[in-house]
Design a protein around this ligand. Structure first.
Ligand SMILES: Cc1ncc(COP(=O)(O)O)c(C=O)c1O
Length: 400
């Protein structure tokens, strides 16, 4: 039996055994409710406080600016819906007022679908295109800001191609509108950025930032939203005063401890891991592009997190290659995990290449701090053979 190789770390990562170790007491003996006054409650409260400090440290925030949620999807929902409900003003009589949102064309469904939903009911939404490397032009974003814009939501790093967006430039534009008296905030979905590159909320100038535990070797079902001091969101989960009234519900202490632990570990290993992965990834790409004809890199070669590589192989379907590689023990992806299972080509690759065939032949390889050189070498042996087999199969079918 072959040893399986997991290269789908942008979908989810393996729980770090040391993170699990820190979580275990809170799943067994230390089961108190953090709102209780007795010692069980105090133990849970202290664990939450420690985790809040650790998560805040990872993004240079203050602990009081961290709101724990169930993950990136909930953080995005809270940021977007909470901003719209908080920043919309009362229309004057006979005024046709609708709050306005700005997003990019390559947002994760956890942003895109929320905006689609809101645009159906009560908001206007402007979608900013990306260039051929998957980056928005910050001037296009700035030019799209209107008087009724309440939120700009642009992802920090794309989940399929790994390109980094100019959030700090957008942050400056949003801040200057706010300084001029407009109620407007900047949100960034940083689920694929945090733990992969330095993320500093002060430097980015964002008001809201989403992150998720299971993308950084923490547990699933836990994430956080950074809410800059002074920003008041309308809560979406109502029914308790937890998380300073931003999110009602008894806190999942073990999950939060896991997120805190994962955040600290990501922070401690950030520089070393990103340097190692960048070398591994670049070497992998050079050799793939050299050895496989008609293979194309998607995304910006330089302006990218080091753990994602997205390559299109002309003449084959990404799904076919994914299944072929899976049979040999390699787990890869055709793009966003939530769209796998459907054979729709990736809207992200279409947005940047406007090429349906290129989008259909795209595969995302995503690495983590547990990925080894040996695993990449094995993939480099298997991949050219798989591509050749599938291409000759489809050529054979075309001649029938
Ligand atoms: C960019 C981005 N945003 C949001 C999410 C959703 O995060 P979660 O799975 O924690 O809900 C993901 C997960 O794939 C993502 O990649």
């Amino acid at each position: 039996m072959f040893e399986r190789v997991y290269l789908d770390n942008a979908a989810t990562t393996r729980l770090d055994p040391a993170v699990l170790e820190e979580m275990l007491p809170f799943l067994t003996d230390d089961y108190g409710n953090a709102s209780s006054i007795h010692s069980f409650g105090q133990t849970a409260r202290a664990a939450l406080d420690k985790a809040r400090h650790r998560v805040a440290a990872l993004i240079n925030a203050r602990p009081a600016e961290i709101v724990f949620t169930s993950g990136g999807t909930e953080s995005n929902n809270l940021a977007i819906r909470g901003s719209v409900e908080s920043n919309r003003r009362k229309p004057s009589e006979n005024e046709d007022y609708r709050p306005h949102l700005i997003v990019s064309a390559i947002e994760h469904p956890a942003v895109k679908m929320v905006c689609d939903d809101l645009s159906g009911i009560s908001c206007d939404v402007t979608v900013i295109p990306v260039d051929e490397s998957g980056v928005v032009d910050h001037r296009t974003v700035t030019d799209a800001i209107r008087e009724n814009t309440v939120l700009v939501s642009i992802m920090a790093v794309n989940n399929e191609i790994g390109t980094i967006q100019p959030i700090a430039d957008i942050g400056r534009a949003v801040r200057s509108r706010r300084d001029a008296g407009q109620r407007i905030w900047l949100h960034t979905d940083a689920v694929q950025a945090v733990g992969k590159m330095p993320v500093n909320v002060e430097e980015l100038g964002c008001d809201l930032l989403s992150l998720s535990g299971h993308k950084i070797h923490g547990p699933k079902g836990i994430g956080a939203l950074y809410v800059r001091r002074g920003v008041r969101l309308h809560p979406q989960n109502i029914g308790g005063r937890q998380e300073r009234g931003n999110r009602g519900g008894t806190e999942p202490v073990a999950q939060i401890v896991g997120l805190g632990s994962a955040a600290e570990k990501a922070s401690n290993s950030l520089i070393e891991t990103s340097e190692r992965l960048r070398k591994l990834r670049d070497d992998f790409e050079d050799r793939v592009l050299e050895s496989i004809p008609e293979a194309y890199l998607n995304g910006d070669r330089h302006r990218r997190v080091p753990n994602i590589s997205n390559i299109s192989f002309r003449g084959i379907e990404g799904e076919g290659l994914l299944i072929n590689l899976d049979m040999q023990g390699f787990a890869v992806s055709t793009g966003a995990a939530c769209s796998s299972g459907s054979i729709e080509p990736s809207p992200v690759i279409i947005a940047l290449s406007r090429d349906d065939e290129r989008a259909r032949g795209a595969i995302r390889f995503s690495f983590s701090r547990f990925t080894t050189k040996d695993e990449i070498e094995r993939l480099l042996t298997a991949l050219p053979r798989s591509v050749e087999t599938l291409r000759s199969l489809s050529a054979g079918l075309a001649h029938k």
